[in-house]
Design a protein around this ligand. Structure first.
Ligand code: ACO
Length: 432
């Protein structure tokens, strides 16, 4: 918890002045502490969309949006995507340091021992309509985990918190894969603990009992990289949702279900599905100028999906790795001259050359190329956001644990700038 100010700011309101402590982070801009402002000055601050508000202190992830830098516990994302793998990054996010070989082996064993779902949960899945979006199924199933795993819902018990973290990370691929299998009318495939985390997910999504299924190691590496690139992203909308839900003392499964619900929106995790659908709608490179013109038109609600980011104002470092991965996967699968990839590359080029996008600092984000890889692997667009949700689970869980470990954490309760009617007397219906 930040408690030693490095500077002081002075705020003047009418003829009164107020001293506000400033804290200096290890990286990033200084932070003005306004926690006592209302008590001292009787005013609220106003920041819809939280563009200038630090909602918590954290040691997990750092983003420098101007430099296009993303660090997990200090390690750059491009190094982690290149040299590490998802479960090692999970360990790093959860515990703060890269694991030793023994620690990693123990952690991997623990996660693989939790991959199965309570058998009764199958009936829960079967209650959904077959045409339900897998995200809708995931929100419901993850929320319902508190009804199946009572022994890891007591947030005051460290051991239960730990078990809940492991269960969520381990079971999320099974939940996402089963949501998919259910939607296509195929039998649920049980997890295989002899496979890696990513290979097991591909196996649960694509194998059928009728024939053997071989997971290509290059595809499982690409899958693992997609998981790694989405693992955490500091206080984004879904993570803040998890923290806000948790601030009331809600159980971990309810909090993560809230995060999944928030992630689904097209301005957040739903952008990967929306982006691929947009690229398909554009269809051919000759149509690109028409769509760029629409994106620039103030009277048209259309936006270039997979473009722009609240924090990154230079480039999204995850998008760079993702673009490279897209090339590798299409190459491996022998998909030459993929028309959607051609549209994506040309759209990126034309948008980056257009002053509208450069002046507003709009660049491709992580979701611009991920859909192309996922589609090439055989996933329908409806599975893109569930894959994001399973990857981000470790980030949500790490932030949730960090929040609960902070002795000063309190319920999140923002205030408002009220612009409604002042007090007035009730009018009887016959007099309205
Ligand atoms: N296409 C066209 N114009 C855009 C786009 C876009 N994708 N994104 C932003 N703009 C314009 C806005 O119209 C606005 O213009 P104005 O200043 O003339 O009014 C300006 O850029 C700033 O946009 P805001 O919406 O204020 O920026 P904000 O930081 O609130 O939004 C967001 C960021 C939501 C990501 C936005 O860029 C967007 O909607 N992008 C498309 C959806 C997307 O790809 N989301 C994924 C984000 S990454 C993730 O969640 C993993």
């Amino acid at each position: 918890m930040a408690d030693t100010p490095t500077k002081t700011a002075t705020l003047s309101i009418d003829d009164q002045t107020f001293d506000l402590p400033i804290y200096s982070p290890t990286a990033g801009p200084d932070v003005l502490d306004i926690r006592k402002l209302y008590a001292q000055a009787g005013v609220f601050t106003y920041d819809p969309g939280f563009t200038s508000t630090a909602s918590c202190d954290s040691t997990i992830t750092f983003i420098d949006g101007d430099k296009g830098e993303l660090l997990h516990r200090g390690y750059p994302i491009d190094q982690l995507a290149e040299k590490s793998h998802y479960l090692e990054v999970c360990y790093l996010l959860l515990y703060g340091e890269l694991p030793s070989a023994t620690e990693l082996e123990t952690f991997e064993n623990t996660i693989t021992r939790h991959t199965m779902l309570h058998e009764q949960m199958q009936y829960f899945f079967r209650g959904f309509r077959r045409d339900a979006h897998p995200m809708a199924t995931m929100v419901g199933v993850v929320g319902a985990m508190s009804a199946f795993y009572h022994d890891s819902t007591d947030i005051s018990d460290n051991k239960q918190r730990e078990i809940a973290s492991h269960r969520l990370i381990a079971k999320m691929p099974t939940i996402a894969a089963w949501a998919y299998k259910y939607s296509i009318g195929q039998p649920f495939v049980y997890p295989r603990n002899d496979l890696s985390y990513a290979a097991n997910f591909l196996h649960m999504c694509f194998s059928v009992p009728a024939e053997p299924y071989h997971v290509d190691p290059i595809l499982s590496r690409a899958m693992d990289r997609i998981f790694t690139l989405h693992a955490d992203h500091e206080q984004n909308a879904s993570t803040s949702t998890v923290r806000l839900a948790s601030s009331s003392g809600a159980n971990p499964f309810a909090c993560i279900a809230a995060g999944i619900a928030c992630l689904w929106g097209p301005a957040h995790g739903g952008a990967n599905q929306a982006c691929l659908e947009m690229l398909k709608e554009i269809g051919t490179v000759d149509k690109i100028p028409e769509y760029i013109a629409r994106a620039k038109d103030k009277n048209d609600p259309f936006r270039l999906m997979g473009f722009g980011h609240r924090v990154y104002k230079n480039f999204d470092p995850r998008a760079t790795v993702m673009k490279k991965s897209a090339d590798e996967v299409l190459d491996l699968l022998g998909i030459e001259n993929n028309p959607i990839l051609q549209v994506a590359k040309e759209l990126e080029k034309q948008a980056l050359e257009d002053p509208y996008f450069s002046e507003k600092k709009l660049f491709p984000n992580v979701d611009f190329y991920s859909g192309i890889i996922l589609e090439a692997m055989g996933f329908p667009t409806s599975m893109f956001t569930p894959i994001f949700a399973l990857s981000r689970t470790v980030g949500w869980v790490s932030q949730w644990k960090e929040q609960l470990a902070d002795p000063q954490h309190k319920i999140g309760r923002p205030r408002q700038l009220y612009l409604g009617s002042t007090a007035r007397d009730y009018t009887d219906i016959e007099n309205r």
